[in-house]
Structures are given as C-alpha cells and as structure tokens.
Ligand binder design. Structure first.
Ligand code: ADP
Length: 697
C-alpha cells in the first residue's frame, strides 16, 4: 500500500518524497485505524487524506467547515482528473439533487460536505447504502469545545457517524491544537495515542520580523518596491485604515484588492477573487479576510498594527508561504497600537474574567514585539511546542545577533528634551527641537531657548523621529492615550537619564530572501501563461502549477516530457493537460532570448516585438522588470523610427482631445505645465504619447 501511495504522490502531484508526517498518517490510514494528524499550515494535510482516498475503494467523505475551501479542493482534484464534488447550500436544489444521484451511483471518489449536511435524511440514507472508504474531518479542532473555533455542528455528527455501518474508519486533520483539544478529538473520534501524528507547528520557510521605531508608510513603500510582482496580504486593524492604505497603494500604481466587513458580501467576494485570480497582487484587509483562503503563493503577510493576540497573529501570518517557499511575516509595531487593542477589549461585551484573559493575551503579543530571542520559538513556546530547539535562524532576532549599537547618549538627549518640553508634545515637534529647526511653532513656544535645542543637529529630522519611536517601542517613553499622542517619560527613562541604564539599539531590517538562481523573465512569462489558462478554465492559477514548479521550470528549462516530469509538482496528469503549452512557452522564450543576446538588439525593439506578439504593456513590464512607463517610451521611440503602433492602448480619443486642447491653451507648452494643467488622471507617459503621435514633440 505504501508503495502505491508513493506512486500516486509522483503520478498525480509530481512530488518525489513525502513531507514530515504525511507518510506516518498515510501508513496508519491504510491499516484502517482512526487517525489524527496535526501539522502546520502548508504542511500538506490535503495529501494525507487524498492519497488514501485514491488508493482505497469507495467514496471518501471530507467534512469541511468552509464553503470556499471545498470549492478550491474540488477544483484541484478535478484538475488532477480525480472525480470529486461538494454539496452545500451554495448550490441550487436541482444541482444538489443531481450530485446526490451521482453520489448514489458511486461516481465520486471524494465528496466534500459541511457538517450540517448530516441533518439531511436523504444524504444520510444515501451514504448508508454506498461503499465508503473513510470520513475525514478537515480543520478537526472545530470539533472540540476547547478550540478557538468550536462548531457545535461538528461535534454533533460524531454520534450520527457512529451509526453508519459501512464506515470503516475516521480521521482528523488540523493545524491548531492545544493539548486539551488533542485529547478531546482523540476521545470523540476514538483515536489511540499511537495513531496521533504531531509534527509541531514550526514553519521553517517563514521569516518573522518585528519592525519598531520606523515610519510605517516609509517601510511599506520600500518593502513593496522590492517585492513588486509578489502576492502579499497587509492586515490593518480598522476599516478606515484599510481604505486609506489601499488608496495610497493604488495611487502608487499597485494592483490592490481590499476586504473588510463594511463592504457588501458581493464586493468582498469580488475583491477576494481578484486576489486569488492574481488580478490584484496585494490584499489590504482587516482580520475578516483569510478564513478558507488556500492561495499557496502568498509571499508576505504584513501586519500594519499590533494584532490582538498570538493565536490570531500566527494564524494570519501563517497564510504566507503555504507552498513551502521562503516568505516574510512582518509586524509593524508602534506603542500607540496598544491603546487601540485595549480600547477594543474595553468596549467589547465580554465579562470581566474574559476581559482579564484577553488583556493577558494582549500582553503576550506585546512581549513578542519586545523579545530579543527567536520570534518563531517565542510563538511556538506560547503554544507549548518545544520542537524548535535552536532558533529559526531566519527571524529578525536570529539574524541580527551582535549588530547592536550603544545609543545611551542619544537617548539621554531625547529624554531630557521631552522633559524640558513639559511632556506635552508629540514626536514630530520634539525632533524639530533636537534638530534645531526654525519652524514657527518652535518660536511660538520659545523652545529655541532650551538647552536641548539643536543638540542633534547632525542627524536628519526623520532619523530623530524614528529614534523617538524606537524609545517608545522599547518602553522608555509612553504616548498617553489621548487622540494626539504626547510623549511622556516612563520609570525606565529615569534610570537612563541618571546613567544607571544603557540602551543598546538593534537595527532591524528585512533582508531580501535569497532565492534560487532562476530566470525571472521566463518566470514572469510562465506566470502570464498560467493565468491565461486558469482564466479560461475558471480556476485559481496556483491550482495549475505552484510557484515552486514555475521557478524550477525557469531554472532547468525543461523541453521534453521526461525533463518536465522531473519538475517538482508536475506529475503525469498535469503533464497531459498543460505540459506542452508550458514547453512551447519555454522554447519561445529561450529562442527569443538567445537571438537577442546574439543580435544585441536594442532594448526598445525587444519591447516592440513583445508588444506585437500580443503581450500587454503590464506583462512586458513584468517580464523585463522595468516600469510600464519605460515600455511606453520604448514603443514611442519605435513609432518615431517608423514602426506602426496601435495608439488606443495608450489613451482614448477623449483623452487625446483633452491633451491637445490643453496644449493649445498654454502659452509656453512645456510638458510640466501641461501635466499640472491636466492633473492626476493624465500621466507624463500618456501626454508624451499624444504629443509624439501628433508630431508635436
Ligand atoms: P495544508 O492543508 O496543510 O495547509 P496543503 O495540503 O494545502 O497544506 O499543502 C500545501 C502545499 O504544499 C501545496 O502547495 C502542496 O502542493 C504542497 N505539498 C504537499 N505535500 C507535498 C510534498 N510531499 N512535497 C512537496 N510539496 C508538497
């Protein structure tokens, strides 16, 4: 049986070896033992029940709490040529009936259902008659009332399924389980101790970072600039912040989707799909987003503010890197965020005991932001998981050992300045005083006479402000809880001012993940092809091939069936469907690139060829790793050299007319003046295009 399992792993999924825990779970199952598998998110739980379902005779019932997950899983199985379906309330009753009839005829190898389905007598009657291979509880922690996501409907089916005479055994799979939850699941599903497979919750491919004392927007802009084409989620605590961050990023030209409870159900669905279908690379959302999202190639999860506890943080951050590729989990910490979380606890309807518990959890979250030990280890220990013995070597704390500077003197300057300003002002004005700024507010309050005025004149105002944020994050200054935060000294500050305590500052930054040496241009071309096929088939792109598979293709350039089958994630089934299309793309790419190298073809002509081959401006920019504007300029140059251009992709007739009218009205027709007159909606590249087309430039 295990040999068969390995064969299926290669043939269907294109993987050579099992991940930790998978083989153990499968070996219990093929012996038909009730089994519980506990593995982290991205650990590969689906394969634990899908492979046995493929090998064993009969239909496997998968109980899943989330409708969106069911659809995703069924899409993925069907994509592998496996007969699977789901039945839930999102379907019309005619469709449900159709699927029930097929179920009765034993058509499906897998059927996904929500627990409520067991209340339907017809469904129960059918599954009692057919041959069943087993029943699996996905997200099995929902069965336990000790879990954070308890669903009574999950628990209540336990007694129902014990009346199924034809059910050989059951299994449970989960990524979150405390000791109590594990015990509870074991009792309910009659799983013996030796049939529990627990690999721990560590996620080796995730790098955790806490960024303190830096301006959040500045950090975000520079991080995103370095991760332009990668999918990521940014969590913000309030709807308002989601809206303002997403419009800021849209203005910067990013393809952004947003999601929060204030949007209509329809709009939320639409935004979620844009992210999953990779029309939007960034999802800005409140914590309402994410349950049931299976997107495997999320490369970063950024928390724009402090989450409420470690449970939710690890769950949200854990949505990064399900495909096992290196990914970042970044928390942008500022002392002020604590007030918002405290406010939310205070305002909630919880009783006093529960509130006290929530405050305790919040404190652990704050401690996470201040700890100097391994961040992942900190989280795992919080869950009583000691599997990570020596630190992850990836998080901001593990990476920066030794890189510390003594900043006691600077801290004393700041602290004494705050004191002299009467502890009534914010970081901005304090930085101005220390810098020795001529700002009129300084005159107004007479701060130019303070002994600390101009004390840090060699630093930039921005660096001083950041350093003040750092002192707040480290607890030497507090910001009060008024609407406009004012700096106040804490008791730790006194010790620093008296010279009894030193301050060592660690410089945190997020190092670029070292990625293997793959051809980035080809990777983009393959991504575009994947998206085109996925759109035609109405499935998410990552269901066709994972990013890992595309990166391997862009490294090894497979051009034969055999070479293609040696790529991780390409099995016989996938090859039959997509192999040739991808080989063709690799051939086209390598031929074009070789010619380019030989001919030393000018860059603008390469862009022109790609344009003529039917790629969009955005796609060409992605492949060539330059801005869209640069590609537009390349194409304009070609036009000036006599090549034909289809202008309607650059601007509409109305826009052209508006630009020409504005141009005619200006006495001195400079490009800058024209841009100012026309406003935001008209880019420089568009204006240039109109002028070039009309031979005005
Ligand atoms: P989970 O449900 O545990 O979060 P999934 O079942 O969605 O995880 O698997 C996460 C990713 O890992 C998927 O992209 C899957 O294809 C990949 N994966 C699973 N098992 C293996 C394996 N043995 N080798 C390589 N990749 C695997």
């Amino acid at each position: 049986m295990l040999d068969q399992a390995k064969k299926a792993l290669k043939e269907y999924y294109g993987f050579d070896s099992f991940r930790p825990g998978q083989e153990d779970v499968i070996s219990h199952i093929v012996q038909k033992k009730n089994t519980l598998g506990i593995m982290p998110t991205g650990g590969g739980k689906s394969i634990c029940y899908q492979i046995p379902g493929l090998i064993l005779k009969g239909t496997a019932i998968i109980v899943s709490p989330l409708i969106s997950l069911m659809k995703d899983q069924v899409d993925a199985l069907e994509n592998l040529g496996i007969s699977a379906t789901y039945i839930n309330s999102s379907l019309s009753s005619a469709e449900q009936q159709k699927r029930l009839t097929s179920l009765q005829h034993g058509v499906y190898q897998f059927i996904y259902v929500a627990p409520e389905r067991f209340d339907h007598p017809q469904f129960l009657a059918i599954i009692k008659q057919i041959k069943l291979s087993f029943l699996a509880f996905d997200e099995a922690h929902c069965i336990s009332q000790w879990g954070h996501d308890f669903r009574p409907s999950y628990r209540s089916i336990v007694s129902t399924i014990s009346t199924l005479p034809n059910l050989p055994f059951v299994m449970g799979l989960t990524a979150t389980a405390t000791k109590e939850v594990i015990q509870d699941i074991q009792t309910l599903l009659a799983v013996t101790d030796n049939a529990v497979v627990n690999t721990g919750f560590a996620r080796k491919n995730l790098s955790f970072h806490v960024i303190k004392g830096q301006d959040k927007q500045t950090f975000l802009k520079s991080y995103l600039a370095e991760h332009k084409h990668e999918s990521g989620i940014i969590y913000a605590p309030t709807r308002k912040q989601v809206d303002s961050l997403s419009s800021l990023l849209k203005q910067k030209g990013y393809a952004v989707a947003s999601y929060h409870a204030g949007l209509s159900e329809q709009l939320r669905q639409q935004e979620q799909n844009r992210f999953i279908q990779e029309e939007a690379t960034i999802m800005v959302a409140t914590n309402a987003f994410g349950m049931g999202i299976d997107k495997s190639n999320v490369r970063y999860v950024i928390h724009y503010a402090l989450p409420m506890n470690i449970e939710s943080y690890y769950q949200e951050a854990g949505r990064a890197g399900r495909d096992g590729e290196p990914s970042d989990c970044i928390l942008l910490f500022s002392g002020q965020d604590i007030h918002l979380q405290k406010f939310l606890i205070e305002q909630s309807l919880m009783d006093t005991d529960k509130k006290t518990q929530e405050y305790k959890k919040l404190q652990s979250m704050i401690n996470y932001c201040h700890t100097s030990s391994c961040l992942q280890q900190f989280v795992l220990q919080y869950f009583h998981d000691d599997s990570l013995k020596d630190g992850c070597e990836n998080c901001s704390n593990c990476q920066q050992s030794g890189e510390q500077t003594d900043t006691t003197r600077e801290a004393q300057m700041v602290l004494s300045c705050v004191k002299r300003m009467g502890e009534r002002f914010g970081a901005g004005l304090t930085a101005k005083v220390l810098k020795g700024s001529k700002d009129k507010k300084i005159k107004q309050f007479g701060f130019e006479t303070l002994s600390t005025y101009g004390l840090m004149e060699k630093e930039t105002e921005k660096r001083i402000t950041n350093f003040i944020h750092y002192l707040v994050a480290e607890g030497y200054l507090s910001t009060g809880d008024q609407r406009y935060p004012t700096l106040q000294l804490t008791k730790h500050a006194e010790a620093v001012l008296r010279g009894n305590q030193k301050i060592w500052m660690k410089q945190t930054s997020v190092k670029q993940q070292v990625s293997s040496d793959y051809d980035k241009g080809l990777f983009e071309a393959l991504r575009i092809l994947r998206k085109k096929i996925a759109d035609q088939q109405g499935v998410p792109p990552y269901i066709l091939f994972s990013d890992v598979a595309l990166k391997e293709m862009s490294t090894y350039l497979p051009k034969t069936k055999q070479a293609m089958l040696s790529i991780k994630g390409v099995g016989e089934k996938k090859y039959q469907q997509y192999g040739e299309a991808f080989i063709n793309e690799i051939n086209t790419w390598t031929t074009a690139n070789q010619t380019n190298k030989h001919d030393k073809k000018p860059s603008h002509l390469i862009s022109y060829e790609l344009d003529q081959a039917g790629y969009t401006l955005e796609e060409i920019a992605q492949m060539r790793e330059v801005k869209e504007q640069t590609i537009m300029n390349h194409l304009y140059q070609c036009f000036q050299e006599g090549y034909k251009l289809e202008w309607d992709k650059f601007f509409s007739e109305m826009q052209e007319q508006a630009i020409l009218t504005a141009q005619a009205e200006l006495t001195e027709p400079k490009l800058k003046a024209l841009k100012e007159k026309l406003g935001e909606a008209y880019s420089y590249a568009m204006i240039r295009g109109v002028l070039i087309k009309n031979k005005l430039l």
